[in-house]
Design a protein around this ligand. Structure first.
Ligand code: GDP
Ligand code: MG
Length: 177
């Protein structure tokens, strides 16, 4: 029944954070619409999309996704984004060490959020391996130290995009029976 499928929780608020240009909007578009638009426009403020996924145990999770603008001037809004979120996905670009530093800055701002928020660190643009400047090992180690889930994705090729959201769903706290 519909009731049974709500086991995990009908709605999961997810916020995407990270520097401008790392591919946050492209990740969301790939996940929600299965598309990649190389001419996508800069996100101003924040935009909202939702997508439901089915898990192997036949439960569903509806992600309500807040795609933020990563410009530093919006950092003041970080506590606001983190506050209501069950999941925070912090994205950097594997070709940009600067974006990896910014990602760490966003993770530090999470202090304002709930202590049981699920945190993911995402190294995007994994298709640009010839231009890679952030070793996967750096992402793995930083994520481990900060209790985050880590994955490298490509919104362009769709590599690991669904896996990112499936792995997050698996890590959501389950309501007690
Ligand atoms: P945002 O500012 O973080 O939302 O970044 P966007 O989603 O607007 O993407 C910024 C730029 O990076 C755009 O030109 C995208 O086409 C490009 N981009 C995004 N994801 C990828 C990816 O996985 N691979 C490659 N090669 N380019 C990407
Ligand atoms: Mg954007």
């Amino acid at each position: 029944s519909g009731e049974k499928k709500k086991k995990i929780g009908a709605k999961v608020e997810l916020v995407l954070l990270g520097d401008s240009g790392v591919g946050k909007s492209c990740i969301v578009l790939r996940f929600v619409r299965g598309q990649f638009d190389p001419t996508s426009k800069v996100t101003v403020g924040a935009s909202f999309l939702s997508q439901t996924i089915a898990l192997q145990d036949s439960t569903t999770v509806k992600f309500e996704i807040w795609d933020t603008a990563g410009q530093e001037r919006y950092a003041a809004l970080a506590p606001l984004y983190y506050r209501g979120a069950a999941v925070a996905v912090v994205v950097y670009d594997i070709t940009s060490p600067d974006s990896f530093n910014k990602a760490q800055y966003w993770v530090k701002l999470q202090k304002h959020g709930s202590p049981d928020i699920v945190m993911a660190l995402v190294g995007n643009k994994a298709d640009l391996h010839e231009k890679r400047e952030v070793p996967a090992q750096d992402g793995i180690e930083y994520a481990e130290k900060n209790g985050m889930f880590f994955i490298e994705t490509s919104a362009k090729t769709a590599d690991n995009i669904n896996q990112l959201f499936e792995e997050i769903a698996k890590r959501l706290p389950r309501p007690s029976p």
